[in-house]
Design a protein around this ligand. Structure first.
Ligand SMILES: [Zn+2]
Length: 439
């Protein structure tokens, strides 16, 4: 059924950044009218959703998450990145099976939807990618699911995979799933980071992604030891090394980019690469402060992501909005990273990074209807003055009262229309227990 959302304070997040009061009319998943919408002259039957004055904005687009890690929430706290990976995350990922990945993905996607994320880029896992794809297709949300590549030295046995085998699996996944579910599902290529892939494999992965028209994503320059080790091994900065391998480009999203060398900004800009800034994870792993205001000034597309549950420990975009706006101010002044800039990073910026800005990321006629209603009647958000400020500095994930993806209401007032929330929580705990026994 087609949909009209009425009585909304609409934040378009389009080029004009309009705020309108009125309605959004959706037919066949596409936004057809915005503002003053008349229905008395129309023959169709519409489902009417009265927003009662709440904010209506495009769903958030997260450009860096690990849905496969959510079962490990709270299991690797207060440790440094390389220990975090080697001692905790890799052994846990290696213990996953089809069922545990499926429950981890369901819990992740449900948490994201309930806090307003409608599209996400998941760097994925080495194995059981189809379990994540199954969860995504059932959820009603939109996403780019990567298969992770790991074939360097010192990778645990359960995670290392020959690169040609990995790429042929991605080709299979692309043929079976890419642009399935009315275009909601996309496949991507996810080499974990420079130290966990052979140089030749990075070159092959980059050529493959470009040839197939897929997103490629990886972590880079997250940690000082990581960048020093790459300089030691290859004589280049992490970013220059990825560029040499062909990994950077308009189809490339690089997570973190904290420990950049001055010439790296130029490389990122010239190659058209997007950056995924993950402020919670960067603080929790004590990785450092990415120079986001400088990157934005340079014209680099910087977007936002929650990263993984074990290094955040939430997948709630409101946390990232608030932190992204706050943490750079002590160094660069209060004017930088204002609320509107940060909200654009979380919506249209993310859509551009994923090459989806002609379809989603703003409320514009002709775009797919991926929309969220954010309640503005909370004690913590009143009085409302500037709507951008309210959303970035005051609102919380629990203020999201309705989530629409592709024109379908998938979540409303604490209920997911396709999933049983209690069952997902129970099963994720059960699968975590079974996974721990396999360690
Ligand atoms: Zn990550």
């Amino acid at each position: 059924m087609d949909l009209i959302i009425t009585n909304a304070n609409i934040l378009t997040l389009d080029d004009e950044d309009r705020i309108l009061f009125g309605s959004v009319l959706v037919e066949d998943g596409i936004i057809k009218e915005i503002g003053r919408v008349r229905t008395d002259n129309k023959k169709k039957v519409y489902r009417v959703l009265d927003a009662e004055g709440a904010f209506l904005l495009p769903g958030f687009v997260q450009t860096h998450v690990h849905t496969g890690q959510t079962l490990f929430r709270g299991m690797a706290d207060d440790v440094e990145l390389l220990d975090w990976l080697n001692k905790y995350i890799w052994p846990l990922e290696a213990a996953h099976n089809e069922r545990s990945v499926y429950e981890s993905a369901r819990l992740s996607i449900l948490e994201m939807i309930a806090s307003g994320t409608t599209t996400f880029l998941d760097i994925g896992l080495v194995h059981n990618t189809e379990s994540i794809l199954r969860a995504l297709s059932e959820s009603g949300a939109r996403g780019v699911i990567c298969k992770m590549l790991m074939d360097g030295d010192g990778i645990p046995k359960g995670l290392a995979q020959d690169n040609s085998e990995s790429l042929s699996e991605i080709r299979f996944l692309k043929e079976k799933y890419h642009r399935g579910c009315n275009g909601r599902i996309m496949i991507g290529v996810g080499p974990r980071f420079a130290l966990s892939s052979r140089e030749r494999s990075l070159v092959e992965a980059a050529e493959f992604a470009r040839g197939e028209g897929l997103i490629i994503t990886t972590h880079s320059s997250e940690n000082i030891k990581e960048v020093l080790s790459i300089r030691d091994r290859f004589g280049l900065s992490n970013i220059a090394f990825l560029n040499k391998c062909g990994v950077l480009g308009e189809n490339s999203v690089i997570a973190h980019c904290i420990w950049l060398e001055p010439s790296d900004l130029e490389i990122l800009k010239d190659s058209g690469t997007s950056v995924a800034h993950c402020p919670s994870a960067n603080l929790k792993l004590a990785s450092g402060f990415a120079r986001v205001p400088e990157m934005l000034k340079y014209g680099i597309e910087v977007t936002l992501g929650a990263d993984g549950a074990p290094c955040n420990n939430n997948l709630n975009m409101f946390n990232e909005l608030r932190l992204a706006a706050l943490i750079h101010k002590p160094r660069t002044g209060p004017v930088n990273m204002n609320a509107k800039t940060v909200l654009r990073m979380a919506t249209i910026g993310g859509a551009r990074a994923l090459g989806l800005d002609s379809e989603i990321g703003s409320i514009e006629i002709g775009k797919r209807a991926d929309l969220i209603v954010v309640n503005n009647r909370g004690i913590h958000t009143n009085p409302v003055d500037n709507i951008y400020s309210t959303i970035v500095y005051s609102s919380m994930g629990s203020d999201v009262s309705c989530v629409v993806v592709d024109g379908n209401i998938i979540y409303q007032n604490g209920t997911h229309y396709l999933w049983d929330l209690d069952e997902i929580v129970r099963k994720s705990n059960e699968e975590k227990g079974r996974l721990l026994k396999r360690l």
